[in-house]
Design a protein. Structure first.
Length: 202
């Protein structure tokens, strides 16, 4: 088994993709998948093209099947494609139309969790796995928290969110209209790698 096959196989095991899906994402390059994750950036604007239903189902399945502390699975995901409802949430949260607007997003997944220990960590990890899945499937993704407060106080019933859960994040998904700057050379500079990592060798 060569290096690329190891990367593809490991990625498939972690995210639950068929090997063919991950191989396609790597574009035939040994380091394609890893390079994609290194250069990933938050989307800033989407087209009106919807996220394909099969792709949305796969993204949600990745979230639902994420690992969690003691396998408590403390999450709930509310996927919304109703533009009118998203516009109402924007208005209630006083979010102006722009880069963080829900209204301009084809699909929003409200990532929710309960109040058990480690729930926020587990929910964050599940959100990240769904974001990576969306990117591998060719979509742009952005995680925001600004609408969550108003969602929890005014919109839980309409979003089908059970009472014991609260929204911690909103995962915005869609086809990017204008490519964003990349995470390495973008306008917001990355802190040098050496300042964020320590290694203790035996």
């Amino acid at each position: 088994m060569n290096r690329r096959e190891v990367i593809v196989g490991a990625t498939s095991a972690v995210l639950g993709f068929a090997v063919a899906d991950v191989a396609k994402c790597s574009e035939g390059k040994e380091d394609g998948f890893l390079k994609r994750l290194t250069e990933v950036r938050s989307a800033t604007k989407f087209t009106n093209q919807p996220v394909a239903e099969d792709d949305l189902q796969k993204i949600l399945e990745i979230g639902v099947n994420s690992p969690s502390a003691l396998n408590r699975q403390p999450w709930f995901f509310a996927a919304v494609t109703d533009r009118r409802l998203l516009a109402e949430i924007d208005q209630a949260a006083k979010i102006k139309a722009g880069r963080l607007s829900l209204t301009g997003t084809p699909t929003v997944i409200f990532v929710c969790g309960d109040d058990t220990n480690y729930a926020r960590f587990d929910v964050g990890a599940a959100c990240d796995r769904m974001s990576v899945t969306a990117i591998l499937l060719g979509y742009g993704a952005k995680v925001v928290a600004s609408p969550c407060s108003v969602v929890n106080t005014e919109f839980k019933d309409r979003l089908g969110i059970p009472e014991k859960y609260n929204a911690y994040a909103a995962l915005l998904l869609g086809v990017e209209e204008i490519p964003s700057v990349d995470g390495v050379s973008g306008a917001t500079l990355r802190v040098p790698f050496e300042e964020k990592v320590s290694r203790v060798k035996g």
